[in-house]
Write a protein that binds this ligand. Structure first.
Ligand SMILES: Nc1ncnc2c1ncn2[C@@H]1O[C@H](COP(=O)(O)OP(=O)(O)O)[C@@H](O)[C@H]1O
Ligand SMILES: O=P(O)(O)O[C@H]1O[C@H](CO)[C@@H](O[C@H]2O[C@H](CO)[C@@H](O)[C@H](O)[C@H]2O)[C@H](O)[C@H]1O
Length: 469
């Protein structure tokens, strides 16, 4: 089948979800792996997997759900990828199907038609398989709305009934987001959106499963933890004479409740996934991995260089520890992965850091990785308000910086106190060394992430390093 490769490459290149920004890449094979049944006259809906081949010899696979229309569609003109003649489907106007309600209705109907499926028999290789968990009847009358946020994947809400996340970068094998949601849903966890189902296929080329999408409970009453934190900071900045604990929008109570939710999720994950002990040699490998990431980051962000020695020292202290426990964790936790609902805090997006290889994301890790992720977020929120708030951002730069540090310290302390209390642990000895190492690893990751995705925000992790030096 023919694809207009130039237009597909251009579409991928500009997409928010494309993780290869700033790297040199070519479009490899584009394979059609499925077609949605029951499309109306004049529309074909397909799923294609596009290979992104980098100059360094590595490659990634990206999912492109496409809508082939015989006629141009004015309402989704912004999602037009191009106009070309497809070998199988003929001449067509080709759109990103996630923007198209008619296409998304076919995805929802396919989920609704499929019952609870056992493990797929091998003769279903190459076929799309829609799986469902018991306990929820889908409302197929709802309309789809594509989320517009800054995301690594693409999420489509079906009314207020369900949310479908379509994974953009796909890897053969288990998708941790689906696997963890399934386990936590079946365990009755109150801190995640219940999993309703998922879509996968057995890839004919490699004979392995590729998980393409996940359908889950839509958290109707949710407010994003990141937005709530920003609102709290703005409240503080608006009250020049008050301290963080004195303003109406104080976040410390929420930070503590969020910590309890995280500790409960960690306990559930420890119960349902393997818990392992990492002895000294494995801790040496962890230190070496963090040092390796720092080495690679220095090439991308040379401004990290003045902090290199101290960062290496922090990682090196892991080698002094005897042994630590590791388990399944979230892996990429920050305030944007938390939602406050009327029924308490929920944690979303268990896929791990999008840039990491799958094997690494599935490996058990320390809970302190997640704790460090949240603590870094408490540092980010006031810095973002101070940096982007203009004249309303709370007076002179020096005063803003002081108050930003006050907000971050208060919420960090509330979060850490509640987390350790819930687990019956102290933040000293090995726990302190682990937290410091994961904080340093995260700040290095952030520097690379910001340099590649939001260069204007690179100053945030760099300022954090500056102030703790
Ligand atoms: N179940 C849900 N109900 C409502 N909103 C959700 C739900 N899950 C995620 N979200 C919102 O969608 C955004 C993106 O979801 P996320 O899982 O983080 O996607 P990505 O993997 O693309 O980063 C989140 O920041 C959150 O605001
Ligand atoms: O949500 P994703 O899985 O795509 O995570 C990536 O993007 C995040 C930004 O959206 C990034 O988080 C960083 O910025 C946040 C504010 O926008 C801040 O709260 C986090 O602490 C900071 O790390 C995340 O690191 C990245 O993996």
């Amino acid at each position: 089948m023919s694809h207009n490769r130039t237009e597909i490459k251009a579409w991928i290149d500009q997409a928010r979800w494309f993780g290869g920004k700033g790297r040199d890449w070519e479009l490899g094979a584009v394979r059609r792996v499925g077609r949605l049944p029951d499309a109306p006259e004049g529309l074909h809906v397909t799923i294609e997997l596009a290979e992104v081949a980098y100059a360094d010899g590595t490659s990634d696979l990206y999912q492109l759900p496409l809508a082939f229309y015989a006629e141009p569609q004015e309402r989704i003109a912004h999602a037009l990828i191009g106009e070309w003649e497809d070998d199988e489907l003929g001449p067509a106007f080709v759109y990103d199907a996630l923007h198209d309600r008619a296409s998304m209705a076919l995805w929802l109907a396919a989920f609704a038609r499929h019952g609870i499926a056992p493990a797929p028999p091998s003769d279903l290789r190459g076929e799309l398989m829609f799986h469902r968990l018991p306990g929820h009847d889908l409302d197929i009358e709802t309309h789809s709305t594509l989320f517009s946020g800054e995301q690594s994947n693409s999420s489509v809400a079906f009314g207020e009934d369900a949310l479908m996340k379509v994974f953009r970068k796909v890897t053969p094998g288990v998708n941790p987001d689906i696997a963890i949601h399934q386990v936590l849903t079946e365990a009755g966890s109150t801190h995640v959106a219940a999993l309703y189902g998922w879509l996968d296929l057995v890839d004919e080329d490699t004979n392995t499963t590729i998980q393409l999408a996940m359908l889950q409970q839509f958290l109707r009453t949710a407010s994003d933890g990141w937005d709530l934190a920003l609102a709290s900071v703005r409240n503080l900045f608006a009250e020049a004479d008050l301290h963080a604990e004195e303003v109406g929008g104080d976040f410390a109570g929420e930070a503590a409740r969020l910590a309890v939710a995280l500790a409960e999720v960690h306990a559930d994950l420890a119960e349902h996934f393997p818990v392992e002990r990492r002895e000294a040699d494995a801790l040496g490998e962890l230190a070496a991995a963090m040092e390796g990431r720092l080495g690679a980051a220095l090439d991308v962000v040379p401004a990290l260089a003045p902090h290199e020695a101290r960062l290496r020292e922090t990682f090196g202290r892991l080698r002094d520890l005897d042994a630590v426990e590791v388990q399944q964790v979230h892996g990429d936790l920050h305030l944007g992965q938390t939602l406050r609902t009327v029924k308490g805090w929920k944690i979303v997006d268990f896929e791990g850091e999008p840039a990491k290889p799958l094997a690494e994301r599935l490996r058990p890790d320390s809970v302190w990785r997640d704790v460090a992720g949240m603590v870094r977020s408490f540092d980010y929120a006031p810095r973002v308000v101070a940096m982007t708030g203009g004249a309303d951002a709370g007076g002179e730069a020096e005063q803003r910086a002081y108050r930003a540090a006050e907000w971050a310290a208060r919420n960090r302390a509330a979060f850490l106190a509640a987390y350790t209390a819930q687990r019956g642990e102290e933040l000293d000895g090995a726990n302190g060394v682990l937290l410091d190492a994961y904080l340093a690893d995260k700040v290095v990751y952030e520097a690379v992430y910001e340099a590649r995705n939001r260069p204007g925000w690179l100053a945030i992790p760099l300022a954090a390093l500056e102030e703790t030096s």
